[in-house]
Design a protein around this ligand. Sequence first.
Ligand code: PAF
Length: 278
Amino acid sequence: MILCRTKTELQDALKAQGANPIIGFVPTMGALHEGHLALVRQAKRENEVVVVSVFVNPIQFNNSEDLEKYPKDLERDLDLLKEVGCDIVFAPDNAEMYPEKPTEIYNFGALETVMEGAFRPGHFNGVAVVVKRLFDLVKPTTAYFGEKDFQQLAIIRALVEQENLAVEIVGCPTVREHDGLAMSSRNTRLSEEDRRIAPQIYKILRDSRDLVDVFTPVQLKTFAEEQLKKIPRTKLEYFEIVNAKTLQPIENWEDCRRRIACVAIWLGDVRLIDNVKI
Ligand code: PAF
């Protein structure tokens, strides 16, 4: 496995793979868990060369405390990536990624005005800036993203379409702990007590999914919000039932065939997101 800290090192490592290799790419912010490793394993099965980026992208954090507390352990990440057969790791620092203040502005219309976009202003522009730059450097055949960040996946697909990029985007199912909690780098920041409470979030999502025949989407939203607010030590940001393509809230089940219930909730001082197809 080759570790590249600069763009030049990355270009050299890619050149050394021969002419036009089929490249699978997994962009990450490090603090890797089984969810990331599942993406890398899939990339390994489907491509000749696997590239993983590890970069905590400062411009996608709208909260400086969240950025400061974001877990970082490159040595551990490298060990894990080696074990799953990653070929090239690109781990630049801020100056390498942003030698000048980035000025790109993207417009994803209604996709970015709801849910994460509404609560984290500027977040998706920051994601789009870094992902576009990483795609330009790595030139992947296929890039892999987790469905836990469902809205991010929709934004990346929109970015690829808008910029006419020759990369296939693959969304991969959320990997969960044995008790249902969606894997997230932020889970390591949960206190012991909060870690015990956290699986209740997914339980409420599952219960909601089972009540589709009983409630309208609007009634189900109210039900889920009430349940989520009962979890101790939490502060609910949103629970929305949306059209899985447009991400706009639905009022009737007949509005669309693919729907998704998405939640963002603070547990102590950790912000968690999750979703289920509904
Ligand atoms: O999902 C993430 O970890 C990040 O948002 C990404 C896609 C690596 C961009 O920084």
